[in-house]
Design a protein around this ligand. Structure first.
Ligand SMILES: Cc1ncc(COP(=O)(O)O)c(C=O)c1O
Length: 398
């Protein structure tokens, strides 16, 4: 008999490869020294937060003795922070939002759970393109829903609009898109976004209830070669933006994110009230207060994206050198290369491990045959990993 639910027991079992990855990485680091292990598995932003963040924290230290400075705040967040975020999102999205259209959350993860808690009925379905951020499936299940994924096109990861149209059913409550994408680095074009919006409109009409479009955008700030991330709120009425400061300010541990709701949506007030309540009853109560104060003052700064750009180049150089197929990421900090001929993703990741290279199999993102590399590690470590990659590739041909 299991002390946890059957579902959680099953997750522990089926997700054991993630645990294994962590354990193996820790073991290898203890054995060989951290500098000799090339850990491309972790998406924990290591680029330092901008200097303003430290200065703001010092200023905050002076005000914490005031009554309630660290007390509970409204469930939707501090009014001045909501107003500042509304301003920022209005500019980004080309739609005028007021403070009331923003809910500050415990990261993008908290935001997604808050939205799904407020909108999913038991048996409802969420759809997304694969490969996808693995947590989406767990979040849907947290609230009685299921996740259905649609394969995007091999290697380019372009969306398949016809497959999307066929995948939507009367149970489809929402679609989640993630651009720039984890794990592929793909950024959807305006054309792709419009195509998604058209299908959702058509199917909402067919099935008699609006399908929400949830745009999970924690990597919006991180694009390369001047690639533009088209705004979702201008493209589709029933849209919700999710964002966070985990990556843009390297504040992943402080758990600050937000929800921005399209003000033109029918039922917007009820949706906002429902999500504010959900944020409370899920036990988040309110987003961390220190984080809210930090972002208020650091809203227009960000980490140095040039650091990620240089790492992307270093990683691409290695992949070119060893002849693996990949699509150059347009945003975020991941590569999602194809496993070499004759190897599936798990087999190949095992080979890499023998050379102290840690990668994550694509099966973990609903897309076997590929694997994910995160460049949240120093450029020198990436460069130093080249001989290990070459040795791993040489093992394949033997
Ligand atoms: C696509 C995507 N969505 C959401 C999250 C969760 O981010 P947060 O730390 O803001 O909860 C992540 C974190 O890696 C992510 O990659």
């Amino acid at each position: 008999m299991s002390i946890v639910t059957a579902q959680i027991a099953d997750y522990i079992q089926t997700q054991s490869w993630i645990r294994r990855m962590f354990e193996v990485a820790a073991e290898l680091k203890a054995q060989h020294g951290a500098e000799n292990v090339f850990d491309f598995s972790l998406g924990n932003p290591d680029v330092p937060p901008p200097a303003e963040v430290g200065l703001i924290l010092r200023d905050i230290a002076d005000i914490v003795s005031a009554p309630l400075a660290l007390g509970y705040c409204p469930n939707a967040g501090l009014p001045d922070v909501r107003a500042a975020l509304a301003d920022k999102v209005s500019h980004e999205q080309g739609v005028a939002l007021a403070a009331q259209h923003i809910i500050i959350t415990s990261g993008a993860a908290g935001a997604l759970n808050t939205i799904l808690r407020a909108t999913l009925d038991r048996g409802d379905q969420i759809i997304c393109f694969a490969p996808y951020f693995v947590e989406y499936g767990f979040y849907a299940a947290n609230h009685g829903g299921t996740l259905k994924s649609i394969r995007s096109k091999p290697l380019s990861f372009e969306i398949d609009v016809d497959a999307l149209r066929h995948a939507i059913s009367p149970n489809t409550r929402a679609m989640i898109i993630n651009s720039p994408n984890n794990p592929t680095g793909v950024v959807y074009s305006q054309q792709e976004l419009d195509a998604i919006a058209n299908v959702l409109r058509e199917k909402s009409h067919d099935f008699g209830r609006p399908i929400l479009l949830i745009s999970d955008e924690p990597y919006r700030f991180l694009t390369y070669d001047n690639v533009f991330v088209p705004p979702v709120l201008s493209a589709y009425e029933y849209s919700i933006v999710v964002n966070s400061f985990s990556k843009s300010l390297s504040m992943a541990g402080e758990r600050i994110g937000y929800i921005a709701v399209n003000p033109h949506m029918t039922g917007v007030d009820q949706l906002l009230a429902g999500m504010i309540l959900a944020n409370r009853i899920l036990g988040f109560v309110n987003a961390p207060i220190l984080g809210q104060r930090i972002i208020l003052n650091a809203l227009h700064s960000g980490v140095d994206v040039n650091i990620y750009e240089k790492r992307r180049q270093a990683m691409a150089d290695i992949l070119d050198n060893i002849g693996l197929e990949y699509t150059l990421p347009k945003g975020a900090f991941y590569f999602f290369p194809k496993a070499p001929e004759g190897y599936d993703d798990k087999m190949f990741v095992d080979v890499l491990m023998t050379e102290n290279i840690i990668a994550v199999p694509g099966a973990g993102f609903g897309y076997p045959g590929y694997f994910r590399l995160t460049y949240c590690i120093d450029k020198t470590i990436i460069e130093n990993s080249k001989p290990a990659w070459q040795r791993a590739m040489a093992k394949l041909t033997k």
